[in-house]
Design a protein around this ligand. Structure first.
Ligand SMILES: Cc1ncc(COP(=O)(O)O)c(C=O)c1O
Length: 397
């Protein structure tokens, strides 16, 4: 029984979500090494996380976190500009700047904070932003917070974007903002064409490499490196929380860009800095990525194997998806939840993604692949998915 005043409409809201299978359930999830996890006590293969390179349990990464924690304690104690920027932070900034071939880098408490803080710091009410409809929530929220005019174009519809850009000459600055890998669709943004449009209409491109860092590009720098457009992109945001197995967001770039963010990005100025152990872990992950470049092609070989195995069983992932995010659209929320529950009973944890995360009618299973999975795991999962689709007497999507 709460000791606070009652807000009577909350029960109605929860009931409405419940009825549409849209209410989110909290579960206890214990990640284990080698791609396993415990979910409410049941040991299952984890196909729902974003630990693409299997670094979150890497012995060297864990040892780095432990050593930094032993030396500097569990928390940073303050924001970076007050007293929270330890040698571990400085080392990680330098490591990221070097990795990204930038002059400097700045850290944020999360990738979400990096996107929101960077957008709100660089863009103002006299500007206009063009945003892909499927951009991550942190980009959308940052765009809104900036106070700029906000134009959304349908996913990957560049004719619409061109049309919007052609009517934007009156704004002080024009910004195109996009994920490089769309987190729920697993497809790559058409970065070369976006750069062409940005240059044609005197706009600046800001990209979020959250699901691309450590996954795409010859050295793992992401989608811009993969498509050869790094020198045409004005601002690149990355996260440490996915392929790098840690936590936090970052921007790497010119000294001027990073100095401006140190002085004006409120999500880092007014928030406690990352814990030292987290910084040490992320720096070690970057080092592993640089010294073990074979990890990337290995991951992509697994992705190709799984996609072929699905195709052989008549299951078609979302068009244009590529790499380790494999979305299978199933339609309604209850179908997604039911299929995910059936797979979980068979020992596979996969995401059941529903509105508002994805548009109505496109609820999906989201399977994410990792170097922690073996080829055998992937074939067994493909079998299980195909069997569950047939058990439910539904055509595969
Ligand atoms: C595309 C994208 N950008 C940013 C974020 C936020 O990153 P973080 O989880 O590090 O806050 C996410 C997280 O899921 C994401 O998918």
């Amino acid at each position: 029984m709460s000791n606070q005043a009652h807000l009577p409409w909350l029960a109605d809201q929860l009931a409405e979500w419940e009825q549409g299978q849209l209410r989110r359930r909290r579960r206890v999830f214990s990640p284990l090494p080698d791609g396993w996890c415990l979910v409410d006590g049941q040991r299952v293969r984890n196909f729902a996380g974003n630990d693409y390179l299997a670094l979150a349990h890497h012995p060297q990464v864990m040892a780095a976190a432990q050593a930094a924690t032993t030396e500097s304690g569990t928390g940073a104690q303050g924001s970076a500009l007050v007293c929270g920027r330890t040698p571990w932070h400085q080392r990680l900034e330098e490591t990221l700047a070097h990795f990204e071939a930038g002059e400097a880098a700045i850290l944020f408490p999360t990738g979400m904070a990096a996107n929101i803080g960077t957008l709100a710091a660089l863009i103002g009410p006299d500007d206009v932003i063009f945003c892909d409809r499927f951009n991550h929530a942190s980009l959308v929220d940052g765009c809104r917070l900036s106070g700029a005019a906000f134009r959304v174009y349908r996913h990957q519809e560049l004719d619409r974007l061109r049309d919007q850009l052609s009517k934007s000459a009156n704004y002080r600055r024009r910004w195109i903002v996009t994920d490089t890998v769309f987190s729920m669709d697993g497809d790559l943004a058409p970065l070369t064409k976006l750069c062409d449009l940005a240059e044609q209409y005197d706009a600046h491109l800001m990209v979020d490499e959250a699901h691309a860092t450590g996954v795409w590009g010859a050295t793992g720098r992401g989608g811009c490196e993969h498509l050869g457009v790094e020198d045409r992109v004005a601002v690149k945001v990355g996260t440490l929380s996915k392929a790098l197995g840690s936590l936090g967001g970052f921007v790497a770039g010119s000294v001027e860009l990073i100095e401006v963010l140190w002085n004006s990005a409120r999500t880092q100025m007014f928030s406690t800095a990352l814990p030292p152990g987290v910084c040490a872990a992320a720096a070690q992950s970057v080092t592993i990525l640089q010294t073990e470049p074979e990890r990337l092609p290995q991951l992509h070989r697994l992705c190709t194997l799984f996609r072929s195995a699905l195709a052989e069983r008549g299951i078609v992932p979302l068009e244009n998806s590529c790499g380790p995010i494999v979305p299978i659209v199933v339609g309604t929320p209850d179908r997604a939840v039911d299929l995910a529950a059936r797979l979980e009973k068979r020992g596979y944890l996969v995401g059941a993604i529903r509105p508002p995360t994805v548009p109505t009618g496109t609820s999906r299973l989201r399977i994410s692949l990792s170097l922690a999975h073996s080829a055998e795991d992937l074939l067994h999962l493909a079998d299980a998915i195909a069997e569950e689709f047939s058990v439910r007497c539904c055509d595969p999507p």
